[in-house]
Design a protein around this ligand. Structure first.
Ligand code: TXA
Ligand code: MG
Length: 353
């Protein structure tokens, strides 16, 4: 599947009834455009790799940036990540409100795809009462990138959202124009430092006032560009990653797609001809037999949304086995394939240091 699943979009005022119905859709893995005080967000269950993959598909995003997890209450956010003293002070000063805090989250239940494979998490408690009511009614945090198609500006009205996402989301909850019209400010509170990652609705001046100290980061409130690389945080496996592999080499693990490698491996090792059964067979782990490589198939049926949902979890699982190298089957470039290939290319790039 290269195109996102078509959906019958309901564009409706954000009444309590519609919020409850939208929350029910979210619990089933659906997508809801929700108003926040910054911009409209395209919300999905933060704990579901499949919902997150559907968000990327709906946006047509060419790469997997980590997403922000939105909570109804600060307490729920505190439980999900490690807030040091500075992070606490910022949360107390600005939540609920347009500040996003990136903190270590080694044990979070938020989807690995939403975190782009990272052990850190971006958390925010929006001030908008509809967003908070929707999160509370869902009973789980929601990830919500801006509700626009990739490459378009962030939407500040339900009408903007409809222009971009009609037929791609289940609900658009209309609560009029957003207050700030500018995304949240993002700070990273990691390793005892506070760094500004994205300028936004809260100025660095007010951050410094709340902290009583300077905030690091190459950004001015005028929005001078950040040092390259700072936002390109991404998961890097320890293993060497070999892309567009046609077969699996000795001592390599396989990250397959659509059974492409599985067929060759199985044919080579067991004399079985390719086919659906063979593709499914290689999806399980073949351990304790040197001639069978460790192999995981991102999507035996060749579904790019399913492959995106599995990408980071499978890379980590193969990496955790301590393999030296991972051979990756070719992934088509259309639809979510572009984003999957973007991440695979980063994973395959020579490691720094
Ligand atoms: O105002 C907002 O923040 C809006 C509304 C809808 O809440 N949301 C929003 O989300 O702007 P999004 O996905 O467009 O921005 C997420 C950005 C990523 O591009 C990345 O820069 C940063 O948050 N981010 C998320 N997780 C991160 C992490 N673990 N480390 C560093 N940066 C992270
Ligand atoms: Mg955006």
């Amino acid at each position: 599947m290269s195109k996102p699943q078509p959906r019958a979009t309901r564009i409706a005022p954000a009444t309590p009834e519609n919020i409850a119905a939208a929350a029910a859709a979210l619990r089933e893995g659906g997508l809801v455009a929700m108003p926040t005080e910054t911009v409209y967000g395209l919300a999905g269950l933060a704990t579901s790799d499949a919902a997150v993959a559907a968000i990327y598909a709906a946006k047509g995003r060419p790469s997997f940036n980590p997403l922000i997890a939105h909570f109804a209450e600060a307490e729920a956010a505190f439980a999900e990540a490690r807030f040091d003293a500075r992070a606490r002070a910022l949360a107390e000063a600005f939540w609920p409100g347009p500040l996003t805090i990136v903190a270590p989250a080694p044990r979070t239940l938020v989807s690995l795809l939403a975190r782009a494979g990272l052990d850190t998490l971006a958390l925010r408690v929006p001030a908008h009462e509809v967003a908070r009511a929707l999160i509370a009614a869902t009973g789980a945090p929601l990830v919500a990138p801006s509700a626009n198609r990739s490459g378009r500006v962030s939407p500040t009205t339900a009408g903007h959202v409809a222009e971009d996402l009609d037929g791609r989301v289940d609900w658009i909850l209309d609560a009029g124009p957003t207050r700030h019209g500018l995304e949240s400010t993002i700070v990273a509170c990691l390793g005892g430092r506070v760094r500004l990652l994205r300028p936004g609705a809260i100025t660095s001046g007010s951050l410094e006032e709340a902290l009583g100290e300077a905030v690091e980061g190459g950004i001015s409130d005028e929005g001078a560009p950040i040092a390259p690389g700072m936002l390109s945080s991404h998961y890097a496996p320890r293993a060497r990653v070999r892309l567009n592999a046609r077969e699996v080499g000795k001592n390599e693990a396989a990250l397959d797609f659509g059974g492409a490698l599985g067929r060759s491996v199985i044919a080579a090792n067991a004399g079985i001809q390719g086919g659906k059964g063979a593709a499914a067979a290689v999806d399980s782990r073949f351990r304790g037999n040197d001639s069978w490589p460790l192999a995981l198939d991102l999507s035996p049926s060749g579904d790019l949304v399913e492959a995106a949902a599995n990408l980071f979890a499978y890379l980590r699982r193969l990496d955790a086995e301590g393999v030296r190298a991972i051979a990756v089957a070719p992934v088509p470039e259309h639809g979510l394939g572009a984003a999957i290939n973007d991440r695979l290319e980063r994973a395959a790039a020579p490691k720094e240091g």
